[in-house]
Design a protein around this ligand. Structure first.
Ligand code: PLP
Length: 354
């Protein structure tokens, strides 16, 4: 039986994408060769890379505005240091909204002065700070649009003269917004786009070339741009699957179409959390993520019975992050409304059973 997959990452991908990907592993486009055994310089793979890069800009509405899309390696965690390596000369601002921002700050501190413009650490990161001031003269401001672990999501983004860099690992391609307000966006593929192993970077070229330090080639965005994201061997399989997912999304009607479904899923689950006395939501209501919903049982004693009902219904990946415990339902693009319905039915049955 196919499970209902609420895993936070690596996470659910569309079935049709997995099917096409598995076929390409055996025979890619009728070449008589596997996707993973052909040269990344072959015309066939170059076309995959170019299609993936252009779909990214198309879906985000960022074509012809000086942006480049790159598929790099090393995860979003490598972006924590690459951002600072390439952009930080003197000081940068960071909004600290959770574990991932915290880690990004730690890396950036190796390269210059970091000003935490706001933080929600005081309340275990259960809200998004508001009303903070952003000082002048920053090299960039770094934000995390969705906090995968705590289940909070930025609904509004601040304005500043400094370039804005945003870690969108867990909500890229999930909701419509003006993506041109960001000068750089990055995202590990494994949350909403593809398998682990590649990281999407979307960057406005004109923010580069302003730091005085020398940058090693592999960490230099300009080098990757100059080589069309093929400076070294790219992660061919993750890039291919990402391309398939982006095509799937485009055929579905793009980000605005998936956003509508994502909103429905989130509403269904959050209204159950709010009405059902057996469960308590973790995140501040106005800051709730439509991707990762965090909640706890009102009584720990109910855990065994809830967990066994989840298991029987084929629900996978609902455990909260090891650092916070509780439950977390990740509702990425490929998760169906029906799967959320199965979860909600179990939650209401918990209430009936008392
Ligand atoms: C998962 C995650 C990361 C880390 O990604 P890796 O690819 O494992 O390095 C960073 N930021 C956010 C918001 C994430 O959800």
């Amino acid at each position: 039986m196919k499970k209902h997959n609420f895993s936070a990452g690596p996470c659910i991908l569309p079935q049709e994408v997995l099917k096409k990907a598995s076929e390409a592993v055996v025979d890619f486009n009728g070449l008589g060769l596997s996707l993973v055994e052909i040269s990344h310089r072959s015309k066939e793979f170059v076309e995959v890379m170019e299609t993936a890069r252009s779909l990214v800009l198309e879906l985000l509405g960022l074509q012809d505005q000086g942006y480049q899309a790159l598929f790099l390696q090393g995860g979003a965690s490598t972006q924590f240091l690459m951002v600072a390596y390439n952009l930080l000369e003197k000081k940068a601002g960071y909004l600290n909204t959770g574990t991932w921002s915290d880690k990004a700050i730690k890396e950036a501190k190796l390269f210059g002065e970091i000003i935490e413009v706001g933080s929600s650490k005081d309340e275990k990161f259960n809200y998004i700070p508001k009303g903070y001031t952003i000082p002048d003269g920053l090299d960039f401001l770094h934000l995390t649009s969705n906090n995968t672990i705590f289940g909070t999501q930025m609904k509004k983004f601040p304005k500043t003269n400094a370039p804005i860099v945003c870690d969108m690992s867990s909500d890229i391609f999930s909701r419509e917004m003006d993506f041109s307000q960001f000068d750089m966006i990055y995202a590990g593929a494994q949350k909403n786009m593809g398998p682990a192993g590649t990281t999407l970077v979307v960057i406005k070229e004109d923010i580069l070339g302003k730091v005085s330090r020398q940058i090693p080639s592999m960490l230099d965005y300009k080098v990757h741009i100059g080589k069309d994201s093929m400076f070294n061997t790219p992660a061919v399989f993750p890039v291919y699957v990402s391309m398939l997912t982006l095509q799937w999304l485009k055929n579905l009607g793009g980000i605005s179409a998936i956003e509508e479904i994502n909103e429905k899923k989130a509403q269904l689950l959050y209204s159950e959390i709010d009405l059902n006395p057996v469960f308590n939501g973790f995140a501040n209501k106005e800051d709730r993520s439509i991707m990762n919903a965090t909640f706890n049982l009102a009584e720990d004693g109910l855990k065994e019975s809830f967990d066994s009902m989840l298991r029987d219904a084929g629900i996978n990946g609902l455990n909260g992050h090891r650092s916070v415990g509780g439950y977390r339902a990740s509702m990425y693009n490929a998760l169906s409304l029906e799967s959320v319905g199965v979860l909600v039915d179990i939650m209401s049955e918990m209430e009936r059973k008392g």
